[in-house]
Design a protein around this ligand. Structure first.
Ligand code: SF4
Ligand code: SF4
Length: 84
């Protein structure tokens, strides 16, 4: 099981919705490392941008991996619906 991301980039364009991404925000809510809808530092992106690694670091003791993925999918849908 792995997280399915369609690389829409919405999470990287809506950083203002969560204070934990403040250091990445270019001032408009978009990540300073987002380039043509892709992460320009993908292999070195911070832990908070790594779905599976963040689960191991912060969430594994409070929810199952499936629950965590479902929470993430709900957030993805919320972000995608906001742009419509
Ligand atoms: S909003 Fe979800 S599907 Fe879109 S890039 Fe972010 S993680 Fe991937
Ligand atoms: S570092 Fe990369 S994955 Fe993280 S918010 Fe910025 S563009 Fe998105």
């Amino acid at each position: 099981m792995s997280f399915i991301c369609d690389m829409c980039g919405e999470c990287c364009r809506n950083l203002k919705l969560s204070p934990i991404y403040a250091e990445l925000d270019d001032g408009t809510g978009k990540c300073r490392y987002l380039d043509a809808n892709r992460c320009s530092i993908y292999n070195d992106r911070p832990l908070i941008c790594r779905v599976d690694d963040a689960y191991e670091a912060y969430f594994k003791d409070v929810m199952s991996k499936d629950e965590y993925y479902q929470e993430n999918y709900r957030t993805c849908e919320y972000l995608k619906n906001r742009r419509d």
